[in-house]
Design a protein around this ligand. Structure first.
Ligand SMILES: [Zn+2]
Length: 256
């Protein structure tokens, strides 16, 4: 099995452009297209030919480069079947758990509704890369723009069931403000304190805080930690259901 390469770079103000490249087959996929021109320049500078676009959801800052890049490269646009009507230029529609062979590795689409009802993640099976779009951020999760807290919590549990060493790439660099919120509701979490310090250092040096491992997220991301006694106490929800605790965290974050 050959290893894939990921190029991560800034688009717009805080979106990530992401390219997945398979050196063996020469295939290159863009995960979302926040800025077609920036993605185009990145492809040129690396001498990579765009063969695919994998869209995580339909929002204006995730699909705007779809049609322009397809026109220039003839690439295949892959997205969720449930969202086909709002993914510009979609060619291939996948459903939950469906695998797509990219070079010699399978990429599994995982439906993760909540931020939008058509939001999906892409899991690169062998390399264990997970592209989460706006569903999961480092120490945060997407706003519930279409789904309920119950729907989103169910989606996050699907992500939590992946291998611990899964490397997470997401749609935005929101980590520093997410860390401040996490520390507000779980100040005694040692792993969180350490990650927050590291994140402050990285941001001071203008470096990205992604990718991050799933095990690190499980230890630090409050949205994955409704089991935490400290978080339950903060919200006065000791013994409440995980969905209720997740919902309280999400609501509080909206006002933070
Ligand atoms: Zn979004």
């Amino acid at each position: 099995m050959s290893r894939m390469e990921v190029a991560q770079f800034r688009c717009r103000s805080d979106n990530f452009g992401l390219l997945l490249h398979d050196p063996a087959s020469g295939l290159t996929a863009a995960i979302d297209t926040p800025d077609g021109e920036v993605i185009w320049r990145e492809l040129q500078s690396r001498n990579w030919q765009l063969s695919h676009i994998f869209n995580t959801h339909h929002h204006y800052d995730h699909v705007p480069g779809n049609e322009m890049l397809k026109e220039r490269t003839g690439c295949t646009i892959v997205g969720a079947k449930i969202d086909a009507h709002r993914i510009p230029g979609i060619d291939l529609q996948l459903t939950d758990g469906e695998q797509y062979l990219f070079g010699n590795q399978a990429i599994t689409m995982i439906e993760t509704p909540g931020h939008t009802m058509g939001s999906v993640c892409y899991f690169v099976q062998e390399d264990r890369f997970l592209f989460t779009g706006d569903t999961l951020f480092s120490m945060g999760c997407g706003r519930l723009m279409e789904g309920s807290a119950q729907t989103m919590w169910h989606s996050l549990q699907k992500i939590m069931a992946l291998p611990e060493d899964t490397k997470i790439y997401c749609g935005h660099e929101y980590t520093l403000t997410n860390a401040e919120f996490a520390l507000e509701i779980e100040p005694g979490n040692k792993a969180l304190q350490a990650r927050a310090n590291k994140v402050r250092e990285l941001r001071r040096a203008r470096q990205d805080t992604l990718p991050v491992s799933l095990s690190s997220e499980k230890a630090t991301n409050p949205f994955l930690r409704p089991d935490s006694a400290e978080i339950q106490k903060y919200f006065n929800l000791q013994g409440a259901s995980k969905t209720e605790i997740f919902a309280a965290i999400r609501t509080h974050k909206n006002q933070f």
